[in-house]
Design a protein around this ligand. Structure first.
Ligand SMILES: C[S@@+](CC[C@H](N)C(=O)[O-])C[C@H]1O[C@@H](n2cnc3c(N)ncnc32)[C@H](O)[C@@H]1O
Length: 193
């Protein structure tokens, strides 16, 4: 089954959203809590119900954009996060144009078919300003499923990202939510010129 817009809309309509933590993921919460610049332009691609955005807005971040191919989660996120309409983008990530200081990754990379990983890396690189960073979590388990979430390993992620990013952090998470303990890698990757 192609992982297209219809696939994701159906997952939301059928409440088949096992990935949704219902709150911001702890590793991302602890990272954003220590950020001082609340004016950074931030993108959350594949944001889904966008609990990260709701948290960021509540905590004074002023320039958050969320993007998803599916409309249903964006409607939910709009009510919850109180983001202005123009900060909610319904679009295929690979068609998006923009320029951001920070991009937040939370179960979007793992939702893409692995053949799109290199395109994801190049697209994130393109969407970041100089010195911009991709932060967030990637899954840390063998990539043997035929449907999402697709996993991977630090070695695989290093090979993918290193040509385009300085690896500031890429290590197993010590602050995952209980059900994801031992299964997540925290990343902070700075755009190379
Ligand atoms: C596994 S869900 C994660 C949602 C959210 N980040 C979370 O953790 O709750 C993956 C999300 O990516 C979206 N998505 C999948 N392919 C996409 C694409 N090509 N462009 C934009 N969004 C996409 C889906 O609609 C879905 O909301």
């Amino acid at each position: 089954m192609p992982l297209n817009k219809q696939y994701w809309e159906d997952r939301y309509k059928n409440n088949s959203t096992g990935w949704d933590l219902g709150i911001i993921s702890t590793p991302i919460k602890e990272y954003v809590n220590q950020l001082e610049n609340k004016n950074s332009k931030i993108l959350i691609p594949g944001a889904g119900n966008a609990h990260e955005a709701t948290y960021l807005v509540k905590n004074g971040f002023k320039n958050i954009f969320i993007l998803d191919i599916a409309l249903s989660p964006l409607k939910f996120a709009k009510q919850r996060s109180k983001l202005p309409e123009e900060h909610l983008i319904q679009q295929d990530f690979f068609d998006h144009k923009g320029s951001y200081d920070l991009i937040i990754e939370q179960t979007f990379f793992c939702a893409l078919e692995p053949r799109f990983r290199e395109s994801y890396v190049k697209k994130i690189h393109m969407l970041l300003r100089d010195q911009g960073c991709l932060i967030g979590v990637l899954f840390n388990f063998e990539n043997n499923l035929s449907s999402p979430p697709f996993g991977g390993s630090i070695n695989e992620y290093l090979n993918l990202f290193e040509p385009y990013f300085e690896i500031v952090t890429m290590e197993p998470c010590n602050n995952s939510v209980i059900e994801r303990q031992g299964k997540e890698i925290f990343i902070k990757l700075k755009k190379k010129k």
